[in-house]
Design a protein around this ligand. Structure first.
Ligand SMILES: [Zn+2]
Ligand SMILES: [Zn+2]
Length: 165
């Protein structure tokens, strides 16, 4: 998304809309956007600083690390705060007749980075997720399996360690 600095010289401006969520594709682990990136931001100039605040949200699909099932969650940042140093304010006092362009600041990459930081590093479909049986691979959210945990062997070797020590 692009902010037009020219429009900001009269005062803050609100930007609301949607952005193609393709920009959030991180290309791995079954993470994909399920809808547009929605933003509601207010931009203002504070001296040579462009300050942008507001809300950005997007529906994302993740793959549960416990049960390996995809699930959808809204990733939302209600306290977006982006700042951007602006060296050349358009129409400054020494308007030397140069190029009137370069008044656009593209915030796409800033937004992308701040959203990706909010992605869970270990996405879990729900706190109650039981995950997969380590032996037969059954999704235990859908029902039990007949496996018994091989706990005995593990504890026995631990006991042995203690005895040897
Ligand atoms: Zn799960
Ligand atoms: Zn099992």
């Amino acid at each position: 998304m692009q902010i037009d600095l020219k429009g900001l010289q009269k005062g803050p401006r609100r930007y609301r809309g949607e952005e193609d969520p393709v920009l959030l594709d991180v290309g791995d682990r079954g993470i994909s956007a399920q809808g547009p990136l929605r933003y509601d931001l207010t931009a203002e100039l504070a001296g040579h600083e462009l300050v942008v605040r507001g809300t950005v949200r997007v529906e994302m699909e993740f793959c549960c690390v416990r049960c390996a099932e995809p699930f959808t969650r809204e990733i939302r940042d209600d306290a977006v705060l982006l700042t951007h140093r602006v060296e050349d304010l358009p129409g400054g006092r020494d308007a030397s007749g140069g190029a009137a362009g370069a008044a656009l600041v593209d915030l796409t990459e800033d937004i992308r980075e701040s959203m990706i930081l909010l992605f869970p590093s270990h996405p879990v479909c729900g706190e109650a997720c039981r995950g997969l049986c380590p032996q037969c691979g059954r999704n235990l959210n859908r029902g039990r399996c007949a496996c018994r945990p091989p706990a005995d062997a593990r504890w026995k070797s631990l006991d042995k360690l203690k005895l040897d020590a």
